[in-house]
Write a new protein. Structure first.
Length: 324
């Protein structure tokens, strides 16, 4: 444990430069006192690590000092070769770069870890999009990625779902996110706060030479998590009280499956009463019909009546027997 921590201190200082004991302690999830002891151990080992006192002080390595020691464990080597998704890298124009980087890392690994990495590549392949999802055509993705990297302003024609559908936007692209096989760009638009745009809905794009700087406190991962949380809160604005036949709950997915597990109450006839979130009456009507006679909607009355009317129409359609 200590040896791995000493390696981590070296690598942190090598990649980030000056760091305080408090910053190192936070990164390594140890106490500041432990960092002091580790620094003394590195000094004793002859590592040219120096501490600067004062408000702007901290620890740093002697200029030019580099270590080839990576400290990779077997699990870390495996994770490294799982993290390189070739599809998204190719979308961004980085396929050859990724392949070259993995080749270099593989060559630097010890023989044992190299064998583990080879087994990971041979036995696991990551393919994120769903079976029934349309292929994401991202004609402008390389240009958007370049603008994100270079912090350049984009002028785009964007197609949205509400009127007017085609709008002009000036975007300051903060970052790209790949979600379920689709690319999204998080960008500040026309003076507003950061918003999310589907890259495949960009109809036209012009990259400018105008530079921008995102807020210092902007965190792409934190923004995306908050965006997803808000999306799910807005998505399911209603509820339906239902009865589920034995085994029907196993055919639910997402929020409905979670709600069935948490709110489900067994009834004497073997069915389960539960309260399920619904996005809209139209969506709930279609989703619940997929369960056929294995679900009974009790509330709201309007949804129950609508499903009953659909069931009656189906009964009439099939009442005449087989058509030739």
């Amino acid at each position: 444990m200590k040896a791995g921590r000493l390696v981590s201190i070296l690598l942190l200082l090598q990649t980030r430069g000056l760091m305080t004991a408090a910053q190192l302690a936070a990164e390594l999830e140890v106490s500041v006192r432990t960092v002091y002891r580790d620094v003394e151990a590195l000094h004793a080992a002859g590592v040219p690590l120096y501490g600067d006192a004062g408000h702007a002080g901290g620890y740093r390595l002697l200029d030019g000092y580099r270590t080839r020691l990576t400290g990779l464990t077997t699990a870390e080597a495996e994770a490294l070769f799982l993290s390189g998704a070739p599809g998204p890298a190719a979308d961004l124009g980085l396929g050859p770069v990724l392949a070259a980087a993995q080749l270099k890392v593989r060559a630097a690994l010890p023989t044992e870890l190299r064998a583990h990495a080879d087994r990971i590549s041979a036995r696991f392949h990551l393919d994120a999009p769903g079976w029934y999802a349309d292929e994401d055509t991202t004609e402008h993705l390389p240009a958007v990625a370049a603008a994100v990297w270079e912090r350049r302003v984009l002028h785009v024609t964007y197609r949205r779902w509400r009127e007017p559908t085609d709008v002009e936007r000036r975007l300051e692209p903060y970052g790209l996110v790949l979600k379920a096989g689709r690319w999204y760009v998080v960008a500040r638009a026309d003076g507003a706060g950061p918003r999310t745009y589907r890259v495949d809905q960009i109809l036209q794009l012009r990259c400018t030479q105008d530079e921008f700087a995102p807020p210092d406190d902007f965190d792409l991962a934190a923004y995306w998590q908050a965006y997803q949380d808000d999306f799910h809160r807005r998505l399911h604005t209603g509820e339906a009280v239902v009865r589920l036949a034995p085994g029907a709950a196993d055919r639910l997915s997402g929020a409905a499956a979670r709600a069935a597990r948490t709110t489900g109450r067994a009834e004497p006839d073997g069915w389960t009463r539960a309260v399920l979130p619904v996005e809209s009456q139209d969506r709930a009507h279609d989703d619940f019909l997929r369960l056929g006679a294995d679900i009974e909607v009790l509330e709201p009355a309007a949804l129950r009546d609508r499903i009953a009317a659909t069931a009656a129409a189906l009964a009439r359609l099939y009442a005449g027997g087989k058509r030739l």
